[in-house]
Design a protein around this ligand. Structure first.
Ligand code: BTN
Length: 228
């Protein structure tokens, strides 16, 4: 595995922001015990108390833009399976769910000078959530009662990720990704405010969603997706 510089903070605003000061060291990982302004997708905030695993990593790699949305969630699942044998599922675009609750979220960004910055939040040892998240979020410790070594999880994740990316095979990733996707009874709100309930038949390259009744939905037109 190539050497990756790791920078650890006890408490910072967001690993996703702070990593931008360290891009020259890339590949680099910034990890924090706690984030005060954790960032989620679509401008949302991400609850990041002590106990969870919050990290961002940055790197340059050619021609991988299309595989990242598949590769990152698959790598998280493969990693977590080594620590806790649970039924991991993917809620598109790339949230990791167990028992219909969100365990992990992913934020993929690209800088002007072609660095990918991938931010990952995994609820590992944190056990309580604010009222607005209680119904939707869960941690490994909630699920199993065990404590997890965040450093080990991070190291395992990076090992798997960088070995997979160097021998990437897009179609293979998409097939595996499809096996984990939650396909039934999804409530989708489109950016134009239209709402629809659908069952997914298949996810195609570029995260195009094909529904069981033949609709094709582009992921970029979606505002939010919920389980019914
Ligand atoms: C989402 O599901 O909305 C994406 C959540 C991504 C959260 C991680 S935690 C580490 C990194 N730093 C951040 O501020 N966000 C990402």
């Amino acid at each position: 595995m190539q050497r990756i510089k790791t920078i650890h903070f006890k408490k910072i605003s967001s690993t996703q922001k702070i990593i931008r000061y360290f891009l020259n060291f890339s590949p680099v990982v910034v990890v924090a015990d706690e984030q005060t302004k954790g960032m989620g997708r679509l401008g949302r905030s991400w609850f990041s108390p002590k106990g969870g695993l919050w990290f961002s990593f940055a790197f340059k790699f050619k021609n991988i833009k299309n595989i990242l949305p598949f590769l990152v969630p698959l790598t998280i699942i493969e990693t977590l399976k080594k620590f806790a044998n649970l039924e991991y599922r993917i809620l598109i675009p790339n949230d990791i769910y167990v028992k219909n609750k969100k365990l992990s979220g992913i934020l993929i960004e690209k800088t002007k000078d072609d660095y990918f910055i991938i931010g990952i939040g995994i609820n590992t040892n944190n056990t309580s959530f604010p009222d607005n998240l209680k119904e939707q979020a869960i941690s490994l410790k909630n699920l199993t009662g065990n404590n997890y070594d965040n450093q080990k999880i991070l190291k395992t994740f990076l090992g798997i990720f960088f070995s997979k990316i160097s021998k990437s095979e897009e179609r293979n990733f998409i097939k595996k990704f499809n096996n984990y996707v939650i396909k039934d009874k999804l409530k989708i709100t489109l950016k134009n405010r239209e709402k629809l309930v659908c069952n997914i038949k298949e996810i195609k390259p570029n995260l195009r969603i094909i529904t069981k009744n033949g609709l094709e939905i582009n992921i970029n037109t979606i505002e939010k997706i919920r389980l019914l």
